[in-house]
Design a protein around this ligand. Sequence first.
Ligand code: NAD
Length: 444
Amino acid sequence: MSDKYQSFTQSTIGKFLVKNLGLPSPTKLERYAAGDPLVKGTVLVGGRGRLAESLAGLLGELGIESTDTRTDGATYKGLVFDASGLTSIDQLVALQEFFTPVLRSLESCPRVVVIGTPPTLVEGRERVAQRALEGFTRSLGKEIGRGGTVQLVYVAEGYEQSLLSTLGFLLSPKSAYVSGQVVRIGTHREQQAETVTDWTAPLAGKVALVTGASRGIGEQIARVLHRDGATVVGLDVPQAADELQKVMKEVDGDWLTLDITAKDAPQRIAQHLKEKHGGVDVVVHNAGVTLDKKLANQTPERFGKVFEINIDAPELITAELLAQQVINPNGRIIDVSSMAGIAGNVGQTSYAASKAGVIGHVDALADELVDGITINAVAPGFIITQMTAAMPFGPREVGQRMNAMAQGGLPVDVAEAIAWYANPASTAVNGNVVRVCGQMMLGA
Ligand code: NAD
């Protein structure tokens, strides 16, 4: 499955037509390959806030080269601006003073991260200024171009050291298709993260359950979590047993075939994980379906089936695993929502409701979980899979181009975001819903 339009724009005639007709010209996005450094280049650091003293040290721990001095003629792969010290709107000009001179000195697929203080944790003029950062970063994401990404990370006071896994993700090609996002760290409750010493295998010794792992996004999640050192237990329906076993053998994993909507599924999953693995560290609820129809033509069976698979099953399985204490301390629950659950979509009232329900699942549990267990979700936009390849040409082209990257994402892009949540150092990353959508023009 490939993006034929993007390949065409790289040809001689394609380049000519793009230039003369003003057509979208999607940049070939850089993606992470095992063994690569997190950042192939230098990160320029600016701003004056709570992180001014510690940023260089944090980046150094990740093996990322940084400088706080801009040099004429130098180019940069990333920019990090500490805006946590901005306490009133008039101080926001510091953003312009830092960014404007350096935006033409960025290498391709650059990464920009602005760090702020969660507005809900401060008051008055400071709250206004911190909230304003969202508009700044979302707009810069839409204009940066050349495969660049821009994110805002709100970090609560006292959680500065908890930024490590998030900086590693957002500054590296692992976040190729994530842009215009707002991440909140340390906003739910006090949690101590585990220390990661080997950033190439942060999940070593961990067990990860991935539902819907035989193909598409689930298959890539299994592969990326395996790359990061986890033992993967893949789950899929009995009809997909052959494909599932093939993938799981390739990742030295274990497998379980069942329908997650079966009455005994939560109990069987809990028993399998306890007996064969002594528990589980990462639970990824990826299995999902669409049964699209406009509401005027809908049947109760089709409408209800989507809820059963997409939200009832993850909720019931999570509840059983928690009740039986199968999820180990510092465990991770990761849900897969969708842009449809945020923006809505024609023909998808049931799918969008189920995927908005997934966000409700995150909201409901984020404050309740204990022992360092977290819950977060990804909300993919247009991801190139068998599902989207089957769409008619017109809607597929529109879906693919209506984002800041002018292209669809790959299953691996969703998997990398999940691996960031799964990281044992991401304990303070809780209750987040991050879109993997190339900054789609739709939705908040
Ligand atoms: P897919 O159809 O290729 O894969 C889904 C997997 O889930 C399949 O292997 C399927 O057998 C399994 N599954 C379905 N029902 C099941 C059940 N009852 N029990 C066990 N397994 C079951 O889909 P995909 O595109 O890889 O999507 C994966 C997830 O990402 C889904 O939750 C989907 O809603 C979400 N998503 C996808 C996109 C996209 O553009 N592809 C966009 C947004 C969200």
